[in-house]
Design a protein around this ligand. Sequence first.
Ligand code: ARG
Length: 420
Amino acid sequence: MSVFSFLRPPRLGFRNLPTNPWLIGLTVVAIVLVLALVIGLPLHFLVFDQKPHYYQTSFRIPRVEYSSELEKAHSEVKASITSQVDDIFRKSNLKGQYIKSHVVRFRSSTDGLKADVLLKFQFASADNENKIRKMAEKILHHNLKDGTQYLEADGSSPYLQAISTTEAEHRINSGCGLGIDPSFLTERISNGGTFSQKAAWPWQASLQVDRHHICGASLISDQWLLTAAHCFNNNRNPRLWTATFGTTLRPALMRRNVRSIIIHENYASHKHEDDIAVVLLSTPVTFSEDVRTVCLPEATFEALPQSNVVVTGWGASKESGPIPNKLREAKVEIISNDVCNRIDVYGGAVSSGMICAGFLSGKIDACEGDSGGPLVIPENRLWYIIGIVSWGIGCGKENKPGLYTKVTRYRDWIKWKTNL
Ligand code: ARG
């Protein structure tokens, strides 16, 4: 054979199939691999890719009267309902698919108290959705028919109705003040501007012009934000503003245009009084674990000096420092207006519409870019907004704690503007 025979062009045809056993082996392995991918991947997604499925149902609760107490996020009746439903499904054939249940609403009907409940299941698309729904119906029916339970089936409506995941999550997350578990306040010793966990402060929004963060704001309904009036000193045109949600500025989890900006009538840009505004979004947000409202306190609510509170925002970590991409939180303390008005502190500049929070020793404080953002306090395991980041002299300076608009003072104004 010529030394150059390998230069001859390859001939095509069956007779030239590789005879080298190694080559045959390799080809077979390659074909098997490709087939495995082509068949296996879709099959994998069909069989193993579990997705949440939600069903809506309602129960009758015979021995309970309707009261607004029931609607509280941690009400006992809600807990009893969900624990009974959990019990039923965890002993059933659907224990592998059942995840949890949520009471979304109470109604009082001629038939007694009713609770609307969402049931969450998780299963692969290969499982027949209809079959699972029917099984779940049967299980509920079977367990509730003798009337000895806390719950009874509600005969007046279809048993289980499938609803979309987005719609279900919107309804489940529509309660206010559900962020990080407030016990973190006592557990965590560190309080110096740490980065926030996902979904810890889901009401926090960023108000932006040309996609640049200007101020913080807080979601108080699916369409209203609460913020500071001074955020709009340079720009009051709603069309130039957008609001983003989620813990990072880039990428933003959700973005909304602004329809209108309502600034307190008595606010004037040369002073710090009445530093409050509400912003109406063009389209409502969709609630999720990461986007929820903060609770508004009653006008009579009073946060005592030394209470632990938390301020959050994308503000700079030092004076004229850069804006971070990730949301930060700082644990601060309420300081009484008397202390804050001492001659060596703010010497009388703190009015009754303001709250003082931080430390006289300095260091931990809000700063530029945090303005408009929330100061929150936990109450019965829910977070309430008591302050709006407003002003201060420098950031974290000794004897110069942060000043916040006192939300309770403006509770009626908020109601007047937003009806919330
Ligand atoms: N005015 C500042 C802003 O526009 C917020 C100031 C808060 N300062 C403070 N030391 N707490 O972002």
